[in-house]
Ligand binder design. Structure first.
Ligand SMILES: [Zn+2]
Length: 495
């Protein structure tokens, strides 16, 4: 088990509180036994202070708030308590749709089903009623409702994306300002910074709890458009963290994304996989890989980007995955500090899975590459790396079948300008082992014919206490080959 080093060291002093292994965390389930069942959590400090309710996923096509809330519930408190419902519209989140599935148009928007002004003090539908009851029982002082808009409000006034929509009450303006300052400090483009908007819509949870129960509430909105999930979830964490800090409540670091490892017993331990989804990634790689890892027993995935990585957040994970896209752009996004953090993470015992661009990122021969495996790429100059995209033949080696599954003979796999590997001859690292070879090739754009055939398609290596697997093609694009990805992750994670 890895222990947090410099990362979030402030947490260490509080780890003993409530750290009984195996104890059921306080909380419960809404609509238990139905298709809309969803857990809620109570985070206690043991000290008097504000009660803050954090709600995610009222709209199922706004996943960043749900993800952030699921992370925030593991933060350690100095005082007061948190009530967290990460996935309120769990069925909508699973389906990736805004509404609660299978409900009539009048009832399906969960965030319009709370008591309206000049109307009965009743929520509409079982799910909203369950949430409303929980609010009534917990009597929060504050409620933070995490949403996402389609566009940046400063660019497109029709969207509430990238805004905070507060109600009123003592301390509200200060809290909003703290959140805006904190999140906007991380955003370079002025038009993408968050702004304060007027007042929550009638029928929304935030408005109802304020008007009916006097709760100080606000809606926090990130923007889906052109922004990776890691960034949107991070913006929610940053805003919530700033508000909780303003209330003197939080001691955890803003990048704490899962239960601190010291609190988890070995028996309950998940395989923790960080999936890089930020600058230099492209297409559906991160999403596909996340689905595949999600099918592994006891797996936990989180999306990460350069800020978490540079802050040392990888120490919360067993392995990191860099998907397809552009290796040089991933390296540029990470910056020198982030590349150093990835390298140190692997040397200290972490696993590294690089697919296509992520494999380019791992090798030895670029000024920007991580040099965590004794392999270089060949025939990449003068645009030769652009060998083409399409299906090619691949054959696993004996070692490959031991590690990745018993795929006999040649298999068809998608290829998209992946690296052609050769030994780099690094003194300080052991030689890589080939786990599969290409048995056919693509050689467009002046690439040399004959170079790709029989070169390694998948390889593994070791650095320090850590392990590396580099995959040149895209087995994640072919369902029959998903076992290769899962077996690779299992080998990388298991000690
Ligand atoms: Zn929403």
């Amino acid at each position: 088990m890895k222990v947090n080093g410099t990362f979030c060291s402030a947490v260490a002093g509080f780890l003993l509180i409530g750290s009984v292994f195996g104890a059921e965390p306080p909380g419960g389930r809404l609509l238990e036994g139905t298709g809309q069942e969803t857990p809620w959590h109570r985070v206690l400090s043991g000290e008097p202070g504000p009660v803050v309710m954090i709600v995610g996923g009222l709209h199922g096509n706004e996943p960043a708030g749900a993800r952030a809330a699921e992370q925030i519930r593991h933060w350690t408190l100095l005082r007061g308590e948190l009530i967290v419902i990460p996935r309120t519209n769990a069925a909508g989140l699973r389906a990736g749709i805004r509404f609660v599935p299978n409900l009539s148009p009048a009832m399906r928007d969960l965030n319009r089903n709370f008591p309206k002004i000049n109307d009965r003090n009743e929520a509409v539908g079982e799910l909203a009623a369950g949430i409303w009851r929980l609010v009534g029982e917990c009597k929060p002082d504050w409620l933070l409702d995490l949403h996402e808009g389609t566009d940046f409000h400063q660019i497109n006034k029709h969207s509430v994306g990238s805004s905070i929509i507060p109600t009123k009450g003592a301390g509200m303006e200060e809290a909003v300002q703290q959140a805006l300052v904190a999140v906007n400090a991380t955003i370079d483009e002025p038009k993408k910074k968050l702004v304060r908007l007027r007042y929550p819509v009638n029928g929304s949870l935030a408005r109802a709890v304020h008007e009916r129960l006097g709760v100080r509430s606000m809606i926090l909105e990130t923007t889906v458009k052109e922004q990776p999930l890691s960034r949107r979830s991070r913006q929610h964490r940053i805003m919530v963290h700033a508000i909780l800090r303003h209330l003197g409540m939080v001691s955890s670091c803003v990048h704490l994304m899962a239960e601190p490892l010291d609190k988890v017993s070995d028996k309950e331990r998940s395989r923790r996989i960080a999936i890089y989804d930020a600058g230099g990634t492209g297409g559906a790689g991160a999403r596909r890989l996340e689905v595949i890892f999600g099918q592994m027993p006891k797996s936990l995935t989180r999306r990460v980007g350069p800020p978490e990585i540079r802050a040392g957040a990888l120490t919360q994970f067993d392995m990191v995955v860099f998907p397809g896209g552009s290796g040089s752009r991933q390296a540029a996004a990470l910056e020198k500090e982030g590349r150093g953090a990835v390298r140190r993470f692997v040397e200290a015992g972490g696993g590294y899975l690089g697919v296509c661009a992520g494999a380019y990122l791992a090798v030895e021969n670029y000024s920007w590459s991580l040099k965590i495996v004794d392999a270089k790429t060949v025939d990449t100059r003068n645009g030769h790396w652009k060998r083409g995209e399409g299906m090619v033949k691949m054959e696993l080696t004996k070692r490959g079948r031991e590690l990745l599954g018993d795929f006999g003979g040649t298999v068809d796999v998608r290829y998209a300008n992946g690296p052609i590997f050769a030994p780099a001859g690094m003194e300080e690292l052991p030689d890589f082992e080939a786990l599969a070879h290409f048995r056919s090739e693509l050689a467009k754009n002046g690439a040399r014919p004959g170079v790709m055939v029989d070169s390694p398609a998948i390889l593994c290596g070791r650095i320090g206490k850590g392990k590396v697997i580099c995959i040149s093609p895209h087995p994640e694009c072919t369902e029959a080959l998903h076992g290769i990805i899962r077996s690779a992750a299992t080998w990388l994670v298991d000690k």
